[in-house]
Design a protein around this ligand. Structure first.
Ligand code: DSN
Length: 501
């Protein structure tokens, strides 16, 4: 029988030099490869890509090997619909312990009154939160009025009237082009189909949130939910002001902190900038700045705990116990001093990168950043965001294009690049490296021009990059990533030799 990767490794190493992280990876990959070698191969190829490309995607990070270990095991085999001590399946005692531990850690980390750790993704968390609010504010009072709290006992007419009422509510979130997320009321998303939406935008001149404008709109529209939070807004938010507006308008304040949860956890955003203190319900993903596994979390005031707890079966399928275990690990990691230092460095790095970019002459949306991300306007380079993204990718820099507010190029081509510092900060990079990165980005943008189409026009997708600049940038990325190695305890060359055929 052919030797496994683990056997090959152990044969050539003495006991005292055994690298346990590498052993764990080899054992895992051996098991995967036994059934499906191509999958093991692609895991290693993805590792190779991530180690050799500069990751500037604002919503991505690198989680710890402990988080990864908690995700990949037999916990995936257990059904546990319901919530701790209240399950629709037998034998859930260990999952109860895991879910309760994850929720406790989340409460400690964020100082929250209640935590619900089941949502599988940020979009699921938002839809769950919407329905929890609809339950608390529309369904319960309606049922109380009828004097029947069990919806299964309603007549067809009563049920239809309730359904109509639930479907006739208003959501006021940040417009997609101003940096809001798809689930905040974008028409291509279910959020805009289940609510009437009345999105607010950033100010046309400054690109900033204008609290007076938001208040005026909220008082006029009287939404059920006022939603704050973003996927592409480079500034901090005053949640105390949002709470005041919500109270005046009679709205529930919901915050989607998916992008900046790590900055809240790491105490970069405190006081008025801490959404957990001010909002009724806060949702977040766990894998962005927070640096945990791919998944999500809802935090809320006690008033909403019961309705949030019914996320499954209301919206969600069964919880994913392996992911809840990994969330528990991440929430504990984020309570460390090292994590707080990391979170502060994420913002310091973003500021350093933004300053360096502007000094080089690049135009940044709102003229800088207060958080982990920035938006570069690529129009002065004669490029669309899509072309700029393509050029960066070809030079070893992974980032994504992004619409700018009121973008003339729409959501597909766009006019901007979104850049974030969470991943490079995890690798240990600091301000001097941000200067290097800004110079690389500038050099590539300057050296890129739209490719010609067959008819002689300008392509909005394809580009031509000056080959000398391309080669030089690729080399610079390589040199930088040699100094800041992803998962240095894992021997990538060995993994490649074993699993890439
Ligand atoms: N896809 C995420 C982002 O990149 O911002 C939001 O869900």
């Amino acid at each position: 029988m052919k030797e496994s990767g683990l056997q090959m490794y152990l044969k050539n190493i003495s006991m005292e030099n055994i690298n346990t992280a590498l052993v764990a990876y080899l054992a895992n990959l051996d098991m995967v490869a036994k059934t499906f070698p191509e999958i093991a191969e692609n895991i290693v190829k993805e590792f190779s890509d991530q180690r050799t490309h500069l990751k500037l995607i604002a919503s991505e990070n690198y989680c710890s090997l402990s988080v990864q270990a908690a995700m990949g095991n037999l916990l995936t085999d257990k059904y546990a619909e319901g919530y701790p001590e209240h399950r629709y399946y037998g034998g859930c005692q260990n999952i109860d312990a895991i879910e309760s531990a994850a929720a406790e850690e989340a409460k400690l980390l964020f100082g929250a009154e209640y935590a619900y750790v089941q949502p599988h993704a940020g979009a699921d968390a938002n839809i769950t939160a919407y329905w929890a609010i609809l339950s608390a504010k529309i369904e319960m009072p309606a049922l109380e009025k009828i004097g029947e709290m069990n919806v299964s006992n309603l007549t067809e007419q009563q049920w239809e009237a309730l359904r109509q009422k639930l479907g006739n509510q208003k959501l006021m979130g940040l417009d997609y082009y101003s940096g809001g997320h798809l689930t905040h009321g974008y028409r291509q998303n279910i959020s805009a189909r289940m609510f009437q939406t009345c999105s607010y935008t950033v100010d046309k001149k400054t690109g900033l949130l204008d609290y007076d404008q938001i208040e005026e709109q909220a008082l006029k529209e009287k939404p059920l939910i006022l939603l704050a939070g973003y996927s592409a807004y480079p500034r901090s938010i005053n949640f105390r002001k949002f709470k005041e507006i919500a109270e005046k308008a009679g709205a529930v304040l919901m915050v989607d902190m998916a992008h900046f949860a790590g900055l809240v956890a790491g105490k970069v955003f405190t006081g008025d900038e801490d959404p957990v203190r001010w909002a009724d319900i806060v949702t977040t993903t766990t894998h962005k700045t927070l640096r945990g596994p791919r998944g999500a979390l809802i935090l809320c005031k006690k008033e909403f705990a019961d309705v949030v707890n019914k996320g499954c079966p209301l919206v969600l399928g069964g919880p994913l116990p392996h992911m809840m275990a990994a969330k528990a690990i991440a929430f504990r990691e984020a309570q460390s001093k090292a994590y707080q230092d990391y979170a502060h460095q994420v913002r310091d790095n973003a500021r350093a990168l933004a300053d360096a970019a502007m000094k080089l002459g690049m135009r940044l949306q709102t003229g800088g950043t207060d958080n982990h991300l920035m938006l570069i306007d690529v129009q002065p380079f004669g490029l669309t965001g899509r072309q700029a993204e393509t050029a960066m990718t070809q030079c070893g820099i992974t980032l994504n294009r992004n619409a700018l507010p009121f973008d003339p190029n729409g959501a597909w081509f766009t006019s901007g690049l979104r850049i974030g510092t969470p991943a490079v900060t995890t690798l240990g990079m600091k301000e001097p490296e941000m200067q290097e990165i800004a110079e690389m980005i500038y050099a590539v943008l300057k050296a890129t021009k739209p490719a010609k189409t067959k008819s002689g026009g300008q392509s909005r997708t394809h580009v031509e990059i000056d080959s000398k600049v391309k080669i030089k940038t690729e080399q610079k990325v390589k040199d930088l990533l040699k100094r800041f190695v992803l998962y240095p305890e894992l021997d990538l060359e060995l993994l490649k030799r074993i699993y890439i055929r």
